[in-house]
Write a new protein. Structure first.
Length: 530
């Protein structure tokens, strides 16, 4: 808890606090410009706020000054110092308030969060506590918007802060992460369709595709008798093999023709005998038989040379023909493994391939359509689940708060006035008192709303400025002071007109008073610059 605040600039340099109600008392005439709101801003300042450091009139009239303060947790005192013109830093001090270590403001607020055992997921200490320090100058005391930390804060942010304060946020966080993931996946898929990376069709085209797929399947079934298991890739390979076989067989045929010619030439023999020459001489008596014999002998020698070369060529052709036969055998074996009918024509295989490609294209289009619908359904279900969880958590919160509001309202008015209610609708909320739009009733509602939140959550401290009480009836004020006193948590208020509310209320205020401010040198800083 906050134990004390010190400043050498104050008229009362040490202000000590107790664990319950703490009252900054003004005058019975409700004098202004004596420092009540300013001191409450200093309270906000020691809890990590920055509004006090931005007060130009303070900087102009008081200048730079240190605010010393002390917290107590588990019977141990923790002392600090913070300067109004160097507000981003906080000094940790020893027992004599001598500065020993400087820390960032965020580190200090984290320390407060841990010391007060707030430690609520996704909620900073200032976001929790600062909302319920309703002080003139902070503009966060709207009687119609009690959740708002600043004027015109987005209702969704204010509602989330309340959910976090009630420690009901994590199921929403988990559902929101699932929704964001589903939304991103759906968007990525639709973006890919816009860029034509993925097919995009409508329901009518999907149905037409289904009919066409069935029709193509029937055609493939009729066509593929003997190769039922061919898919498009197998069919394309079979068609490729068929084409290669045709080319290779033509090459082999040409080689075989050359081989046959060589074989025939190698079989020719020069066989002229003496009887042949004698017969020639009978018809041609003048023929030079010896010269003819010389020519034939020359031809025989040349023939032997050619035959040697032809045998070499024949051997080479035999090897090439054997290689092509092996290639043909391998292709035929592969084709046999692809289909039970290796003698299928290229025309049949080509048609089969085209049908399979058309079928695959249509199937891919329909799968893309189904995938998109599935992603859309997942996104819608995630969004629906997020809403259901959020509505459930808000229903719990509104039920608890409204029940507590009724309890506090009854303690103030018995049964003569209706209690205010809070309700949530999508990303907004309303707070009002049914059938009563009076200003005093509205501000009374704001007070008991804060008391309800204080009692129902880990919120450690509540601060209310005197401006909140201006329009509340005397009867209600007396009961509200009692509720403050019985809260069990530290509450700090600024209050005027102590003598206007009866002896019991006077005594409670007097007993809880930690600082009295008035004119004539008893202002917060000992003088007024107004």
């Amino acid at each position: 808890m906050l134990m004390e605040i010190r400043c050498e600039k104050f008229h009362q340099q040490i202000i000590s606090f107790n664990s319950g109600l703490n009252v900054i008392l003004g005058t019975n005439e409700a004098d202004n410009s004596i420092g009540k709101s300013t001191f409450l801003l200093i309270v906000d300042f020691v809890f990590g706020g920055n509004t006090y450091a931005k007060q130009e009139n303070i900087i102009k009239n008081i200048g730079s000054h240190d605010i010393y303060f002390c917290f107590c947790f588990n019977n141990t005192l923790y002392k600090f110092c913070r300067n109004n013109t160097d507000a981003s830093k906080v000094w940790k001090c020893d027992n004599e308030y001598k500065k020993i270590r400087q820390m960032d403001l965020d580190e200090f607020c984290e320390w407060l969060d841990k010391a007060y055992q707030l430690r609520l997921p996704k909620l900073t200490f200032r976001n929790a506590v600062g909302r319920y320090m309703r002080i003139y100058g902070k503009d966060n005391y709207s009687e119609k918007h009690p959740l708002d930390r600043i004027p015109n804060e987005k209702p969704y942010d204010a509602i989330l802060a309340l959910i976090k304060l009630f420690n009901l946020y994590m199921p929403i966080e988990n559902a929101d992460e699932q929704f964001k993931k589903a939304k991103e996946e759906y968007k990525a898929y639709t973006d890919a369709q816009k860029l034509n990376f993925i097919s995009k069709i409508n329901k009518t085209k999907f149905n037409d595709n289904e009919k066409e797929i069935k029709k193509i399947s029937e055609q493939i079934e009729k066509l593929s008798c003997g190769f039922f298991d061919l898919d498009s890739s197998v069919s394309e390979r079979a068609l490729e093999i068929k084409s290669n076989l045709s080319k290779i067989r033509r090459i082999k045929g040409r080689l075989q023709a050359r081989y046959n010619t060589l074989t025939e030439n190698l079989g020719y023999k020069f066989s002229i005998t003496n009887e042949s020459l004698n017969n020639l001489k009978t018809y041609f008596p003048q023929a030079n038989i010896e010269h003819i014999e010389e020519i034939e002998n020359f031809h025989s020698k040349i023939s032997k040379i050619f035959k040697a070369e032809l045998n070499i060529e024949k051997t080479k052709l035999e090897e090439e023909i054997l290689d092509y036969e092996n290639i043909i055998n391998n292709f035929e074996t592969e084709l046999q493994s692809l289909t039970t009918e290796p003698n299928l024509s290229k025309l049949v295989l080509s048609k089969h391939t085209l049908l399979l490609k058309d079928q695959e294209r249509l199937v891919q289009e329909n799968e893309a359509y189904s995938k998109m619908n599935k992603l859309q359904e997942t996104k819608q279900n995630a969004e629906k689940l997020l809403k259901q969880i959020k509505d459930k958590q808000l229903a719990i919160i509104s039920s608890e708060i409204n029940t507590k509001l009724q309890t506090f309202n009854t303690a103030i008015y018995k049964i003569t006035h209706k209690a205010p209610i809070i309700s949530f609708n999508k990303n907004s909320y309303t707070f009002f008192t049914p059938d009563d739009t009076g200003t005093g009733i509205a501000y009374k509602g704001l007070v008991i709303f804060d008391l309800s939140v204080l009692e129902l959550t880990k919120l450690p401290v509540l601060v209310h400025d005197s401006i909140i009480f201006k329009n509340i009836s005397d009867e209600a004020i007396q009961k509200i002071i009692e509720l403050y006193s019985n809260s069990g948590k530290q509450i700090i208020i600024a209050f005027d007109k102590q003598k206007s509310y009866g002896e019991k209320t006077y005594n409670l205020l007097e007993k809880s008073s930690v600082l009295k401010l008035s004119d004539n040198g008893k202002q917060l800083f000992g003088f007024s610059w107004a």
